[in-house]
Design a protein around this ligand. Structure first.
Ligand code: MD3
Ligand code: FE
Length: 209
């Protein structure tokens, strides 16, 4: 693992090439049993029920889900009702390396993008603990990531997230609007059949003092 941060903006640290190819393959292999145990599901927009283009799963004591009732964290899979699988040690290691002062993560969202999946501009604000960072790891096809400011209308910047890249969002960027505009299909050979996996680690509950 390579720890060389590029400060994209205040609160956004980018770690290009954080995982080398062998580490990417190892993490891909760890994602496999997670989605075997907790199958990828298609979240739906609150109220309208409009399906996401991204498929999701989670590991950790809490998982993020979305359906007609709203966005929320819950301890069980929305379709199987089973507890989420544990966060693999390799991901906990990445968190400890990138965010050494943060309390342990409680949720790891697993996003799967096919060639045409996208994620619209949004804020991550369903966590009660907003002082902890978010750590994100990308595997497979590259993606065009967009990040703006604290208001939807704030101008955005875009850059390409490649397989093996990591990002940490904290402080002034924790509530920044962000999204994935497109996937560069065929840009990586990591995932058989193509696609992109994004693993996002988060602290959800407030750390007791
Ligand atoms: C910037 N995922 O799961 S990860 C998400 O690539 C999400 O799948 C994208 O946005 C993906 O919510 C982007 C990078 C990321 C994660 C959390 C953030 C960027 C962020 C929180 C605040 C600002
Ligand atoms: Fe997000």
């Amino acid at each position: 693992m390579l720890l060389a941060a590029v400060a994209i903006a205040p609160g956004i640290d980018y770690f290009p090439g954080f995982l080398d190819r062998a580490a990417q393959e190892a993490l891909r292999e760890e994602a496999q049993p997670i989605v075997a145990d907790a199958p990828l599901f298609r979240p739906r927009m609150p109220r309208t029920g409009r399906p996401f283009t991204v498929l999701m799963s989670n590991c950790g004591p809490l998982g993020w889900v979305s359906d007609e009732s709203g966005y929320r964290y819950q301890p069980t899979h929305p379709e199987t009702g089973n507890p989420w699988p544990a966060i693999p040690a390799r991901l906990l290691d990445a968190w400890a390396l990138i965010a050494p002062d943060a309390p342990p993560p409680e949720a790891c969202l697993v996003n799967f993008y096919d060639a045409v999946a996208r994620m619209g501009l949004h804020q991550d604000r369903d966590e009660k603990e907003l002082t902890a960072p978010v750590v994100s790891l990308s595997l497979g096809d590259a993606a065009l990531f967009r990040v703006g400011g604290l208001a939807r209308a704030t101008p955005t910047r875009s850059f390409r997230l490649e397989s093996g890249d990591a990002m940490m969002l904290r402080g002034p960027a924790r509530l920044a609007f962000h999204g994935i505009d497109r996937i560069f299909a065929g840009s990586s050979s990591l995932i058989a059949g193509g696609g992109r996996i994004n693993l996002t680690l988060r602290r959800v509950t407030r750390t007791s003092v």
